[in-house]
Design a protein. Structure first.
Length: 683
């Protein structure tokens, strides 16, 4: 078994190698590389496949009880300062490696179908591979400095991928928004890291936790400072995992191609924040105020994201706010000390949310032929409906993901969400109440999305609705997945070559959906409360975990029935309400929206966060810049110009005294002497 640990460093290096080879090909032989297309994707997918196999081997070894393995080298040294780099393989690392590699591999296979006719196909694969490598490097990092390096690489890759279609203004704006917002959180993370190093002289997670606790106990470090450092570090996950108030970048990230939306929202960028909280748990658990901040931030974010998702008509934006909400659950779990529950939900969510996003991409792929490649219309659920008849594989897998995220047993989301709610109730019933209410809202908006997209009558051919949504102009072609020739396969072609009805996606897109459906249904069984294999394997450092036999003895069936029943009950209520509104048509959503117009507008306008931030930071920065420009123009430039004017005037005046005539100089001296004599004579 030892060789698989000695060569674990290959896991992040292999996708980096693929990205490097393809990147060099694009730089040196651009036309030839782009002409090869799928031949360049094969090595990238193959290398990631090898990394995935290696990750599964490490996970299996860790499950069998192999001790954690750390390998480091001294990277820099100056006096007493020593900085090491390397990798660590422990239960948390091995689990995250498997999650990242499996989801990334399926996304890459799916990409071949979704981006088949996009001119940036090869470049997209290079970016995907670099993104996967950065996340894998972050996962294996043994200390804060190395995590920070890969943390920034993940941010850089997200910038490239969100703005992949950079010729679209919305995509260019979205990648800048993501980059700037994450810099705010990352600056806080950097300050927190430096503060913790100042207090503990270490960047190692376990050492920081122990020394920080000793420093607080001895009084050499105040609780206030330690808490401040903890909150500053938490700002990094707040930005990466899209928590309030730095959540605004994630929904806009939908401007990138759907495969990267799936990868960002499921297993890479947003998971990095929760992963860092887990790594820093030995530090955070000794800081009660920091833990409370984490818990309440997560709870508020979960509720806020769910309430905004209710009114979204863009299928990807709805899923984006769903991700914000589900990440809130994970962060809340970490804040109440439910380390295992938070990571369990991270794992289950990675699979069903990846499937939901890839399912939305399949829907968009099918709709493009009907609405003429207009990205806004192809993603608008008001133009969908009845797609189950045309896209059975997509509809079935999307329904599985919807049931899973709603927490309906026995699907994966039920077990992980129920464990979080149970831990929240034990810590603070108010947090449980927020999570419980959010579960009902989640069920409502997810089934609203499913019914609006896959059930009822197809509305894509309704020219009136299209005209209302986008005007009567013929939409222009935009970057997408389909070749124009592919549109001719429709049964009833339009006069513009479009098909009247959508069609199922190719096998390269539907097979990853079917594969992801399996863990979305079954993986939750590893975390059943009376036989929690996941908790035995993944638990907080230093925590004593009961055996499976002890779990079975301690399990309270009555308590489980009450807690699980309440969460399933509120979810079923949300599903029933969604069916009455969007399936049966017995309740008119527009009438309800009219009666609660302020709340409806609050949700529709995303709680006005974008408007507030625009007024405060964007417009405020511009006003400040104008004021600074005025000061620069009138004061700084004025002083410089005044100095030049004085110099020029004095020079102009003095030139009349520099005539070169001896008589004039003698007269000047005589006048000066006479003036001095008169002055002193009078005085």
């Amino acid at each position: 078994m030892e060789p698989i640990y000695q060569y674990a460093w290959l896991i992040p290096v292999l996708p980096l190698l693929g990205a490097t080879l393809v990147g060099l090909g694009l730089i040196s032989y651009n036309r030839a590389t782009n002409r090869l297309r799928q031949w360049t994707a094969i090595p990238i997918i193959s290398l990631l496949g090898v990394a995935m196999a290696h990750s599964f081997a490490l996970l299996w070894s860790q499950i069998q009880g192999h001790a954690p393995y750390t390998r480091t080298i001294e990277w820099a040294a100056a006096g007493d300062f020593h900085l090491t780099m390397g990798y660590i393989v422990d239960p948390l690392t091995s689990l995250m490696l498997v999650i990242v590699t499996t989801v990334a591999l399926l996304v890459m296979i799916y990409t071949d179908g979704y981006m088949a006719h996009d001119p940036g196909y090869v470049r997209f694969y290079a970016y995907l591979s670099l993104f996967s490598s950065s996340m894998l490097g972050l996962v294996v990092s043994p200390n804060l400095v190395q995590i920070y390096i890969f943390w920034e690489l993940v941010g850089m890759c997200s910038y490239l991928l969100i703005g992949f279609w950079f010729d679209r203004q919305a995509a260019a704006d979205a990648c800048q928004k993501a980059f700037v917002t994450n810099r705010v959180g990352d600056f806080g993370l950097l300050l927190g890291m430096l503060g913790l190093y100042w207090a503990t002289d270490s960047f190692e997670f376990e050492v920081i936790g122990e020394r920080l606790q000793d420093a607080i106990a001895s009084g050499s470090l105040s609780v206030f400072l330690a808490t401040l450092f903890g909150i500053l570090v938490f700002l990094g996950p707040v930005a990466k995992s899209a928590q309030f108030p730095l959540h605004v970048w994630l929904p806009d990230a939908m401007e990138g191609p759907t495969p990267i939306s799936a990868l960002i929202h499921a297993a890479t960028m947003v998971a990095a924040g929760v992963f860092l909280i887990a790594r820093m748990f030995p530090v955070f658990e000794h800081l009660p105020v920091t833990m409370n901040v984490i818990a309440w931030t997560g709870a508020f974010t979960a509720f806020m994201g769910a309430t905004i998702a209710i009114t979204q008509n863009d299928i990807k934006k709805g899923l984006a706010y769903s991700t914000v909400s589900q990440l809130g659950y994970m962060v809340m779990a970490m804040g109440v000390g439910a380390y295992t529950a938070g990571l369990f939900h991270l794992m289950t969510h990675a699979y069903f949310k990846a499937m939901l996003f890839l399912g939305s991409g399949s829907v968009i792929h099918g709709m493009e032929g009907v609405v003429g490649h207009d990205p806004d219309l192809a993603q608008d659920m008001r133009l969908m409906g009845g797609l189950r008849k045309y896209m059975p594989f997509t509809a079935t897998t999307f329904l599985i993901g919807t049931i899973a995220i709603c927490g309906i047993p026995p699907f994966a989301g039920f077990w992980s969400k129920d464990e979080i709610l149970g831990a929240a109730f034990a810590a603070n019933p108010a947090l449980w109440a927020i999570g419980w209410l959010t579960a009902g809202i989640t069920a409502f908006y997810m089934f609203r999305m499913y019914f609006s997209t896959f059930e009822g009558e197809f509305r894509g051919n309704d020219t009136e609705i299209q005209a209302q949504l986008k005007g009567a102009t013929v939409p222009a072609f935009s970057p997408g997945a389909m070749d124009v020739k592919e549109l001719e396969s429709g049964t009833e072609p339009h006069e513009h070559g479009h098909s009247h009805y959508p069609h199922e996606s190719p096998a390269t897109m539907t097979i990853p959906l079917m594969v992801l459906a399996v863990p979305s249904m079954l993986i939750g069984f590893v975390g059943m409360p009376w036989k929690n294999y996941f908790e035995v394997f993944i638990h907080a450092p230093g925590e004593v975990v009961p055996t499976l036999a002890e779990m079975a003895q301690e399990f309270d069936a009555g308590e489980f029935a009450v807690m699980a029943g309440s969460s399933v009950g509120i979810s079923l209520l949300g599903i029933t309400l969604a069916s009455l509104m969007y399936l049966k048509g017995k309740i008119d959503p527009a009438a309800i929206a009219a009666k609660i117009q302020p709340l409806y507008q609050l949700s529709l306008n995303k709680w006005y966060f974008d408007d507030i931030y625009d007024r405060l930071f964007v417009q405020g920065s511009r006003r400040l810049a104008r004021q600074v420009m005025e000061v620069d123009y009138r004061v700084v430039d004025g002083a410089v110009n005044l100095t030049g004017l004085i110099t020029m005037l004095s020079g102009e005046g003095l030139k009349y005294f520099e005539t070169g005539r001896a008589q004039f100089y003698a007269l000047t001296i005589f006048a000066a002497v006479l003036g001095i004599v008169i002055f002193f004579g009078v005085s």
